[in-house]
Write a protein that binds this ligand. Structure first.
Ligand code: ADP
Ligand code: CDP
Length: 241
């Protein structure tokens, strides 16, 4: 499609201006990075799989009362989103211990975290996305205490909705990262919800269906992503109104 000026080229998406001031075009690319950009590759089709998952989840969350930036799909890897004033935080919800939390604390890999744990990183590649706490978030003027509570509540709601959804597909939502932004005084869910930004394990085999397949060379990444999208499509087919 005809695109406007490239505003930002991130690690996995490109953001373009559109003919409307309050809308942007987000294009999901095939690039993938891990370990803060140390590992980099390109997988044909990755952008389309992550787009499909993101578009589905934004729509699913909207239908369940969560406000997101998603407006509409343009093609199989691009979506129009509301322009947000992004809050530079990576909000992570964890239902099981995996990844950095196992390295940093005495958790067993896969240990159930009940209630779920919400942690936050400061989004700044040059600083290595350091973990940040509530007082620092307020001191930096990123969120007010009221907004902090709102972001936490929204994150837990999204976690409940997505965890239940994946359970129905035979998958465990181990953890995921989301980003929020402001529009007209409201805080909306932005960015993406995809296999790049979550950990998903098969309920019976504990096999990974997410970016860990790439991070730790666990197998064929595109087969894993395709499997998740296939399961989402099967769910859609059986829930046609
Ligand atoms: P990164 O910046 O981590 O490399 P991406 O490649 O995913 O990540 O780039 C997408 C960028 O667009 C991110 O920085 C994200 O914060 C930003 N973004 C996502 N949604 C919106 C939005 N609705 N409005 C403005 N910026 C957005
Ligand atoms: O990925 P890593 O082990 O370094 O970090 P983590 O804190 O254990 O990640 C928790 C979850 O957030 C995982 O699902 C990551 O894929 C996701 N995440 C992300 O999408 N982007 C980041 N910059 C950091 C984490």
């Amino acid at each position: 499609m005809q695109t406007g000026e490239l505003l930002y080229k991130g690690k996995a998406k490109s953001i373009y201006r559109t003919d409307k001031d309050d809308e942007l075009l987000a294009v999901f690319r095939d690039d993938i990075t891990a370990f803060n950009g140390e590992k980099k590759d390109e997988f044909a089709g990755k952008g389309e799989y992550n787009f499909a998952a993101s578009a589905f989840f934004f729509d699913f969350l909207e239908k369940n009362g969560v406000k997101t930036h998603y407006l509409r799909a343009v093609d199989e890897r691009s979506m129009i989103v509301s322009k947000l004033n992004m809050i530079p935080l990576e909000v992570i919800a964890r239902n099981r211990a995996a990844g950095s939390v196992v390295k940093m604390f005495p958790f067993e890999e896969g240990q159930i975290l009940d209630p779920p744990v919400v942690v936050t990183d400061y989004k700044d590649d040059e600083r290595g996305d350091p973990s940040i706490n509530d007082d620092l978030i307020v001191a930096l003027g990123l969120l007010t205490p009221e907004e902090l509570a709102d972001v936490r509540e929204k994150t837990l709601t999204i976690n409940r909705l997505l965890s239940d959804f994946f359970e129905g597909l035979g998958l465990i939502l181990v953890d995921f990262k989301i980003e929020f932004g402001r529009k007209d005084g409201m805080i909306l869910l932005g960015d993406e919800i995809s296999m790049d930004s979550m950990r998903l394990w098969d309920m019976s085999t504990m096999e990974s269906f997410d970016k860990d397949v790439y991070r730790f060379d666990k197998g064929d990444l595109m087969s894993a992503y395709a499997r998740v999208v296939e399961k989402i499509n099967q769910w859609k087919d059986s829930h046609m109104e």
